[in-house]
Design a binder for this molecule. Structure first.
Ligand SMILES: Cc1cc2nc3c(=O)[nH]c(=O)nc-3n(C[C@H](O)[C@H](O)[C@H](O)COP(=O)(O)OP(=O)(O)OC[C@H]3O[C@@H](n4cnc5c(N)ncnc54)[C@H](O)[C@@H]3O)c2cc1C
Length: 448
């Protein structure tokens, strides 16, 4: 981009405009995953919808593709694109809660820790992810697996409206009444359709609950994972537990974590998990009464700047062989990383497969190998462990994997991920709102 164009962009755009020769360019293009090193033409940080319109219109005039940064947590690094204009939404994080209507509207760059506290002040919450510092935007557009999945579904099941700046710079409302095709596509199709400047979610009453983390020894993994599977197979909607086997040389720790979130009263929750807890002796039992904002912190934070490769598959079942395979991986002392098992439990599994664009509706579990390291000479090993593990899950997989976690999609096209019909429907919506594929830094849906 030449100097004259940059001057023109700076004239039109009131929020910061960051070019490659600015001292904060490198920190501004960094994402959660330091394996990603991309160089955009320019980064803008809009103050409001007018700024987003001016940035997208400018990109359109200059022929620049547009990347959108929400919370910057995409492991695939999709929020930054080589040669792009990046719309970095971090200054658009206002939250407005309507306790009467039980809705909350948040800016497109909001994090969960922006949205959850004002909702909880009214005793309300919408299903989110499990880390407060991840972005609402990417998470909601791709799925949203969290502690409230059993009672209220995925995050995207609770998305009732959005305002979107599309590729030609126009502003579109998406809801069941207006541009319903766009709302359908936003619920699972990722950031393919434009810049979402605000999201409106349905809220639900969430009071004091039983929550926390149980940690077991790695040697107990087969018992603990089997007992966890049995617990979740018979669990009511108001009990959600995730299981994760892990070994990390960064922390020097290994073991199995099982998170507990029970929304049916404290004593009832304790009763529901009592026999599971006795499946092995926990080395740490952090389960206690708490409110939702504390539940959203039980996994702590993962720092920006590590190298990451994540690979996963949706599973139709989790038989003993899959558990044995997982435990055997981590019985090898050199293997590092984690495998996270999430049940697609309760309400999330009851939404019709074609009601949203989310692809994993028929799956019972999501299994993801996550790997984090710092030494670039170990890239190949870590990527190899993640890919090798998920390839071995083949006998039990259904469709592709959870795209929000995926460093790469499964297969050459997105057909494995979405299936033929859903992908065709997404491509038709893409053609309507982004025929030139300006928004291509995502798991990219080619316009029909
Ligand atoms: C530490 C960690 C914990 C996680 N925990 C969970 C979890 O508990 N549950 C879960 O479901 N997922 C979880 N995820 C995955 C998470 O859903 C994705 O990483 C998601 O992409 C994060 O969204 P973001 O806005 O931070 O990402 P970004 O990197 O900013 O964006 C990701 C994609 O979404 C697009 N996008 C973001 N915001 C907008 C917007 N406003 N308009 C248009 N496009 C937009 C971007 O262009 C990009 O393509 C976790 C990820 C990490 C790294």
């Amino acid at each position: 981009m030449n100097g004259r164009s940059l001057t023109e962009l700076r004239r039109r755009h009131r929020g910061p405009v960051i070019a490659p020769d600015d001292v904060w360019y490198d920190t501004s293009r960094a994402t959660f995953n330091s394996l990603i090193d991309r160089r955009p033409e320019v980064i803008v940080r809009p103050l409001d919808v007018d700024d987003v319109v001016s940035a997208v219109s400018f990109a359109c005039e200059e022929g620049l593709p547009v990347a959108v940064r929400g919370g910057g947590h995409s492991v695939a690094g999709h929020c930054i694109g080589d040669g792009s204009l990046v719309v970095d939404l971090r200054l658009m994080r206002e939250v407005v809660v309507d306790p009467e209507a039980r809705t909350a509207t948040c800016g497109g760059g909001s994090l969960w820790e922006d949205l959850d506290p004002p909702c909880q002040r009214h005793g309300l919450a919408t299903p989110g992810g499990t880390f407060g510092d991840t972005g609402v935007g990417g998470l909601a557009l791709g799925g949203g697996i969290g502690h409230l999945i059993g009672l209220h579904g995925l995050t995207l099941d609770n998305l009732v409206a959005a305002t979107v700046v599309t590729a030609d710079g126009s502003v579109a409302s998406a809801s069941e009444r207006e541009n319903a095709d766009l709302l359908w596509a936003l619920r699972g199709g990722g950031g393919n359709f434009g810049v979402v400047v605000d999201f409106t979610f349905r809220l639900h009453p969430v009071g004091r609950l039983l929550g926390g983390l149980l940690v077991y020894r790695l040697e107990d993994a087969p018992h603990v994972l089997t007992a966890w599977r049995e617990l979740m197979a018979g669990a009511p909607d108001d009990l959600v537990c995730f299981a994760q086997i892990f070994r990390s040389s960064l922390t020097g720790q290994s073991g199995v974590n099982v998170s507990v979130a029970s929304f049916d009263g404290i004593d009832e929750g304790r009763e529901a998990i009592a026999s599971f807890i006795r499946s092995a002796e926990p080395v740490m039992d952090g389960v206690r009464p708490m409110y939702y904002p504390e539940l959203q912190e039980i996994f702590g934070r993962m720092q920006f700047g590590l190298r990451h490769y994540w690979s996963g598959r949706f599973l139709r079942e989790l038989p003993d062989e899959a558990i044995e395979l997982t435990a055997a991986q981590f019985a090898q002392p050199e293997v590092e990383g984690s495998v996270l098992f999430e049940p697609l439990h309760g309400a999330a599994g009851r939404v019709a497969a074609d009601a949203t664009a989310f692809a994993g509706r028929e799956a019972r579990y999501n299994a993801t190998f996550t790997s984090a390291w710092t030494d670039p000479t170990k890239d190949e090993r870590h990527v190899g462990w993640a890919r090798g593990y998920t390839a071995e899950l083949a006998p039990w997989t259904i469709g592709g994997g959870y795209l929000n976690y995926a460093s790469e999609a499964v297969g050459e096209s997105l057909e494995t991920e979405f299936g033929v019909e859903r992908l065709a429907r997404l491509q038709a919506v893409k053609k309507r709102y982004d025929p030139g594929n300006a928004f291509r830094f995502n798991h990219n849906i080619a316009p029909a």
